[in-house]
Ligand binder design. Sequence first.
Ligand code: PLP
Length: 377
Amino acid sequence: MSGFVYNEKPIRIASGEGPYLYAEDGTEYLDFGASYAVTPVGHCHPDVVSAVQEQAAELLFVHASYPTDARDDLYAKLAAVAPEGLENVWLNNSGTEANEAALKFARSATGKSKLVAAKRGFHGRTMGSLSVTWKKKFRAPFEPLVDDVEFVTYGDEEELADVIDDDTAAVILEPVQGEGGVNPATKTYLQAARELTEDAGTALIFDEVQTGLGRTGAFWACEHADVTPDVLTTAKGLASGLPIGATLCADWIAESAGSHGSTFSGSPVVSAAAEATLSVLVEENLPEHAAEMGEYLRSELEAADLPVREVRGHGLLVGIEVKRGANRVLKELALSHGVLALPAGRSVVRLLPPLTVDTEHVDTVVSALADVLGGNE
Ligand SMILES: *Cc1c(COP(=O)(O)O)cnc(C)c1O
């Protein structure tokens, strides 16, 4: 056996530039899944590539117990973009690790045990993050997982109020559920979660691994609801494809985080890639651009009058609930139209392109969707 776990697609990718991926045979693909939200500034952005090349030539690695300019520059950049009060940064290597740290820190800072998560939520595949992930298929083969976890209906304030008690260490939520079908939370639900957790001395964790970095049209999705959690996690596109996660914490969490560590925390090359990615996001006003393009995308989808059940989302995180299997639609989009997108569950086609896309790219995707699904185009 060689590789396993993934069912590989019949397209061998050789290179990437901006919103495009190129197969070995030269076929061009418009990557409207941003390779799982990993390329917010596009594939191989020249600033990121040169930051990586320069840092690699200088110093590939030194452990986090030695300060480096690369890591300090990233700390400063992350603190500058963090929601106010979340300037304490723990760097790790993936989304699941960012959440793993968030859950550990919440337990140690509160001295409490119970973890509350949402049905249809997705937080990663390592044992702790998996324990607060809803989907049975992901969990069942690996049980028993971490115990003392309760799931609540996403969006139901009363249920949340009932479940939070004196022993609740954390409530973990995505401001928009990604894998679970692109389900945005209402502002009032997130505000209720903030109030309830604050009253109970419970940490509120927002998993912004998919919704962060400008994706929803604000730098962090929690800004739309005027809510600041105690811990915010980010990963995916933070280093444009190099492995990274970050756990941003309030002072009271960081002060009693407990013992934790990771060999690769803030390694120089990855830090340089992340610093460059954040600089591009800020300098090119990409969150604002994502808001505009998201609106354009949704209005064009509406105008195309596609025979679908629903279009929902926020900024450039859009879910289209189709009437047949999403995977069949995605396959046709890829093979007949050179458009790559993602599923979110069985019946939702998820669009989350690089934030750099323009109207012409949106037009290409909407007309491809109209062709595959049948519509007015
Ligand atoms: C992708 C994702 C994760 C897991 O990130 P990995 O880097 O794959 O471990 C966690 N939470 C959310 C919301 C995600 O979208």
